[in-house]
Design a protein around this ligand. Structure first.
Ligand SMILES: Cc1cc2nc3c(=O)[nH]c(=O)nc-3n(C[C@H](O)[C@H](O)[C@H](O)COP(=O)(O)OP(=O)(O)OC[C@H]3O[C@@H](n4cnc5c(N)ncnc54)[C@H](O)[C@@H]3O)c2cc1C
Length: 490
């Protein structure tokens, strides 16, 4: 189904959303004795390129304009606000080190030459956090793809290892990832840890920063002679979700869970309140183990064309997708008791082909399917007060009729079930989007604004711990410059 034409202004005006917010963290004056090194490093570009080719081999360095443009983008096209702000930004050179020692030497080149340095995994980040705003050297980690050690408890892997490869290797020792983003077939271990927050599995294990999900990471400092440090415990605050800003991650250790034979279900509901209430009850039901509980308001299921075709999502029905260890004999009566009807059950055996998993339609893949159906759609990352979610959604619907559609990922935060929204939004203009965000915040719907590339614009921001880490590991401020208002102000 296509939504009615919403009269979206296109292209949106540059910078409107991200320029509206003041610096809220109190570091705007540069009182903490750190200054970003700003100088034109490109005078030495040819020499730098020669040096980089010496380190990694000529095949793994590119200055070809087309490849620079393609290799500098991430998935910021999910935001109509970010597209005009970021589409012309690109690195001066892209380099792909093949060993950790090559990476260390590449980082040293950037530090000695004062070049901006952007770490890059698979480029599936959604808010331009991996886009080099000031050119410089972009380091793609895809050749750093060795699993160093894996047992039933944890996987220690190089930065560029694809999460799906860890899941496959873990299966051989009867283990699995505790959580992964819906981009699991493509995204890298370091990209997830530094650019993501949680995903499939977060209903059991919470967010990346919780429950020892990431026991340690190994980093290189950005200095002429980069130091290697193992970061663990409280210091991880300076690395998790650092968006490439505080340190270059070279290895990641991810805690694993015992392997579970998951069943996946689609359950249809006639009304949204029943669907969301059922989602919460299943999420809180400790008698069954879960990996995913996702609720969609109609018409969102209509965007899942392959599922509509197969009758998995019936016309007009709100939908709940569930991964649990419980068999149909348990889930079918449970679903009926909650006012729903199981429309699909399957037990996909890994490695299942792409599209065979219902999680391919959840998290931000929901937005991707929506945008495929109607290019004027975008999204908002919003978290409801789970006890007030119906009331908050109803009030928002009244205020923004036919503009916001509910997509809720039930997850655990600090051990409690939370309703994390990736709401689908009919985009009208940057101003209207800003109005929606302001409205949400006024009713205690917590927004992590995906329409700004500044990390310190919202709740993704970790404040002091972050700046302390950056000063310690990136003293010249070369990593991914331009993504912190606090630093620009300084
Ligand atoms: C369709 C879709 C669905 C998604 N679903 C989810 C989801 O379920 N959960 C979720 O959390 N996210 C999700 N995301 C966002 C993103 O896919 C994930 O966060 C992903 O794990 C990022 O991995 P990547 O390798 O693509 O990282 P990139 O996009 O390459 O990088 C992300 C950030 O990490 C930094 N970075 C990368 N490597 C390093 C390194 N070695 N050292 C330091 N910094 C580094 C980059 O500079 C950048 O700022 C989704 C995105 C899309 C497009």
């Amino acid at each position: 189904m296509r939504l009615p034409d919403n009269g979206a202004a296109w292209p949106p005006e540059k910078g409107i959303l991200s320029n509206q917010r003041p610096v809220t963290n109190g570091f705007g004056g540069g009182t903490w004795g750190w200054r970003m090194v700003k100088h034109d490093w490109t005078a030495g570009l040819d020499e730098a390129v020669a040096e980089l080719k010496d380190i990694v081999g000529p095949r793994h360095v590119t200055v070809d304009p087309k490849r620079l443009a393609a290799g500098s983008r991430d998935c910021f096209h999910f935001s109509p606000v970010l597209i005009p702000q970021l589409e012309d930004k690109q690195a001066d050179v892209i380099v792909l080190p093949g060993t950790q020692d090559e990476l260390r030497r590449v980082v040293g080149v950037a530090a000695r030459r004062g070049a901006p340095l952007t770490p890059r995994g698979a480029g599936t980040g959604n808010y331009g956090q991996g886009v080099p705003l000031h050119g410089g050297i972009l380091v793609n980690t895809k050749r750093l793809n060795r699993i160093i050690h894996l047992d039933a408890g944890a996987a220690q892997v190089e930065a560029g290892v694809i999460l799906h490869d860890i899941e496959k290797a873990a299966a051989a020792v009867d283990a699995e990832l505790r959580m992964f983003p819906s981009t699991v077939p493509t995204s890298s271990a370091a990209g997830f840890v530094t650019g993501g927050s949680g995903g499939v599995g977060s209903i059991e294990w919470g967010l990346l920063r919780e429950r020892g999900n990431v026991p340690a990471v190994d980093i290189f400092t950005v200095e002429p002679s980069p130091r290697r440090e193992r970061v663990a415990g409280a210091d991880l605050e300076g690395v998790l979700h650092n968006c490439g800003l505080t340190a270059f991650v070279v290895e990641v250790t991810l805690a694993l869970a015992p392997k579970t034979p998951w069943h996946q279900y689609a359950i249809a509901f006639e009304d949204l309140t029943t669907c969301l209430t059922a989602g919460r009850e299943l999420a809180e039901n400790d008698a069954i183990k879960k990996r995913l509980v996702t609720a969609f308001e109609w018409p969102i299921p209509s965007f899942f064309v392959p599922l509509m075709r197969r009758g998995i999502c019936p016309e007009g029905a709100h939908a709940l997708f569930l991964y649990t260890d419980a068999p149909p004999a348990v889930v079918e009566p449970l679903a009926r008791g909650l006012g729903g009807r199981v429309t699909f059950h399957d037990q996909p055996r890994p490695p299942a082909p792409r599209g065979a998993q219902l999680y391919d339609y959840t998290w931000n893949h929901t937005t991707q399917w929506a945008m495929k159906a109607d290019a004027s759609l975008t999204y908002l990352q919003d978290r409801f007060d789970v006890d007030r979610m119906h009331e908050q959604m109803e009030a928002r619907r009244r205020r923004f009729p036919n503009e916001v559609f509910e997509h809720v990922e039930f997850i655990k935060v600090d051990g409690r079930v939370a309703a994390a929204g990736l709401s689908i939004v009919a985009f009208k203009s940057p101003e209207r989007l800003a109005e929606l965000i302001a409205y949400c915040e006024s009713d205690d719907i917590r927004v992590s604004n995906p329409h700004t590339y500044f990390l310190d614009d919202d709740t993704r921001w970790y404040g002091d711990a972050f700046l302390t880490a950056k000063k310690r590991w990136d003293p010249a401020g070369l990593l991914n410059p331009g993504h912190l208002r606090a630093m620009d102000a300084a």
